[in-house]
Write a protein that binds this ligand. Sequence first.
Ligand SMILES: [Zn+2]
Length: 497
Amino acid sequence: MKKHFPLLLAAAMLFLWGCQQERQEIDAVHQEGTDVAVAQKLKAAGFDLSQGFYPYQNGYMVEYDIFLTEAQIDELAAAPQAQKGGRTTHYRTNNLVAALPRTLQVYMDPAFGSYMQSAFDQALGRYNALGLSLSFQRTTNAGAANISILAFYEVSSTLGYSGGFPTNGNPASTIRLNTYYYNNNSRRPDATTVVAHEIGHAIGFRHTDYMNRAFSCGSGGNEGDAGVGAVHIPGTPTNPSANSWMLACSNNTDRPFTADDRTSLRTVYGGGYWEGLPGGATDIGVGADGTAYIIGAGAVAGGYGIYRWNGSNWDNIPGGAVRVDVSPQGTPWVVNNAGNIFRGDGNGAYEVLPGGATDIGVGADGTVYIIGMDVVPGGYGIYRWNGSNWDKIPGGAVKVDVSPQGTPWIVNNAGNIFRGNGSGSFEVLPGLATDIGVGADGTVYITGSQAVAGGYGVYRWNGSDWSMIDGGGVHISVGPQGLPWLVNNANAIFRRR
Ligand SMILES: [Zn+2]
């Protein structure tokens, strides 16, 4: 009998077979029937084939518990190279569930007993507690389900597997759990985690430790084709992430979402809510120290009043302006309605700077960029503060914000979004924007181009594309922990919680 080493191994089995035997088993399986072309495609998509790769039914099992048909393998391998990031701990595929916000109907096979039915409800509850733009609802109608969790019985070390990753914006439809392990008698402590784990694959998450399986499995590969096919999730660590729900192996304990897990899920699928703040605004800026300023809605000389958040309301400080961003020390840089640029001390004193601007952005490292007043293709010239004046860099734009490393993210007058390297080279990003904000942790939000209530849809950069969250606005800035502040087209002010 051919033994397949499962992705989610019981610790006892690991001990039983041991490292050397495991390796031999894989090699034997590989020789028995895996197709070389399929292996090359999977390697190109970033999978580790050193273990847990073998033909299974009408497709292949990869990394032990991910079942892929050849059509799915082709789609994964065909993802654009530009979307492929480095090896990291928290990561996702290029394939995600789309058309958010969305509620997925999930079906649980009645063949599972009450213990597993309860674990299923708890797993869905863990996702729903995060307030993601993707929520999950139990259905008893198998035909209407987006995801079905079905029982199979096999005397083997396989705990379960997912039916691959999302395709065409829909989740992988079928998850199978082995009732040899998951039944009313076993009452395995990892049941809720295993259900949540397989749903994680179905919505596009890969193993947290895919390039270092030894982290959770005690042995295993760091082989495979590194550096492709895995998209790093911004804001998550680059070191192994203990207790993640997406670790490759189970130690048969329950693993609720860790803080990093929650960051991953919220980055990819939104989450949280908009808290309405008092007052009215026409622009907003948040510094790396968390200090928030707005340009108000009441006209004064120079534009509108300038206000600083005191934790419960807005304190008016002297001056009038139309654009604001905030230094890492919490002091404002503003532009008035004549294009004049001022650096404030936060107490109402301003130093006039040379030049003219239509927008301004300050990075967490103190780097300042403006959009100038000279018309060029794409909008206006782009300039960086050198300490005494503005150095022009190539390109044209209408909106700018600055990364923690001091590089510009810009939006041009066609709504196109670019990430600059600071030396005048820009990478075009997908989508269209009307405003852009970059947090001190590197989190990037835009207001998009699609009209919704309040202005335009709000999107977060997920490493290769924009994930829509709820809400609408026209001006956006991002706080130091990656949470956005938003002003809508009725001048209402919101912060993300
Ligand atoms: Zn898995």
